[in-house]
Design a protein around this ligand. Structure first.
Ligand SMILES: Nc1ncnc2c1ncn2[C@@H]1O[C@H](COP(=O)(O)OP(=O)(O)O)[C@@H](O)[C@H]1O
Ligand SMILES: [Mg+2]
Length: 275
């Protein structure tokens, strides 16, 4: 991780309906190479903030730059979309080809890779999301979870500097989710990609470097998972619950069999219980 702020959002405000803002002055800094989780209840504005990150909706008020590109600069929208890749909750709207391999190769092809190179990258990306051998399949015949994997493969294959995932593993079981977290982490380790992961999954948020909490269109808190995800009052004010591990630890403390700060991951819990 570097000190460079790859995302700088200041007071981003957006109203789909005039006078009823969905985002009301959201501010967020993300450093290059950082893995940030964004949490918040339904309707808190997470998706709306994400859509701004690659100029899918115009900036109405506030300031936003991604890798130094002003999101309000219409002339640089394509550059911005190359730098910032998005995976959405409903990937069926995201496919450009119904053939899995062609869809995943589209990004690299579009950004100038030769057909052979794009194909190689696409096959690697499919393998990394747990779909080796799927390149000739029809995306519409896949399950929702498989479609989410294809969408992620497409973004990984394009090698964007920033990967934004918006509830992108909602149709995938916990083991599959861990596999995708590993694939995304590899992009981070191997090429320094920045990860912004919007999720309802507190176990996933616990794996981030930093957790950002949104409430009613604003960023209301941010910090290390060990701090944010153990703050029951903060979470409950944002309509959220701590991860299961934190709740379990609370119960162990209440029964007098554990003491001290709660772990936020299962690995943390195991190492505390074994020490
Ligand atoms: N395209 C849209 N048109 C009108 N209202 C919208 C649109 N998209 C979202 N909204 C409204 O904005 C609010 C927040 O949406 P969203 O950014 O999707 O929050 P989150 O992702 O945190 O659930 C919702 O209450 C929703 O009704
Ligand atoms: Mg959303």
């Amino acid at each position: 991780m570097t000190d460079e702020r790859i995302v700088e959002a200041r007071g981003v405000t957006h109203a789909y309906v005039p006078g009823r803002p969905t985002l009301s002055g959201a501010s967020l800094d993300v450093r290059r190479g950082e893995f940030v989780a964004i949490v918040g209840e339904n309707g808190s504005g997470k998706t709306t903030l994400a859509r701004h990150l690659n100029a899918l909706i115009p900036l109405q008020a506030g300031e936003l730059t991604v890798a130094g590109i002003d999101a309000a600069d219409h002339g640089r929208v394509w550059e911005l979309r190359r730098i910032c890749g998005m995976v959405f909750q409903n990937p069926e709207n995201q496919f450009v080809s119904s053939v899995v391999g062609e869809d995943v190769a589209f990004g690299p092809r579009n950004f100038g890779a030769s057909e052979g190179a794009a194909r190689r990258v696409a096959l690697e990306a499919l393998a990394s999301v747990g779909l080796p051998g799927f390149e000739r399949r029809d995306v519409h015949e896949l399950s929702g979870g498989q479609q989410q994997r294809v969408a992620l493969a497409g973004v990984l294959a394009s090698e964007p500097d920033v990967i934004v995932l918006d509830e992108a593993t909602s149709m995938i079981d916990p083991r599959g989710r861990d596999e995708l977290v590993a694939a995304v982490r590899r992009a981070r380790v191997e090429r320094g990609a920045t990860i912004i992961w919007i999720t309802h999954d507190m176990e996933l948020a616990a794996r981030a470097d930093r957790v950002v909490v949104m409430r009613a269109g604003e960023v209301v808190a941010e910090g290390a998972p060990e701090r944010v995800l153990t703050d029951r009052e903060l979470l409950s004010s944002a309509g959220l619950e701590p991860p299961l591990v934190v709740r379990t630890w609370g119960e162990l403390v209440r029964r007098g069999v554990a003491s001290g700060p709660a772990p936020v991951t299962v690995e943390g819990l195991v190492s505390l219980l074994c020490s």
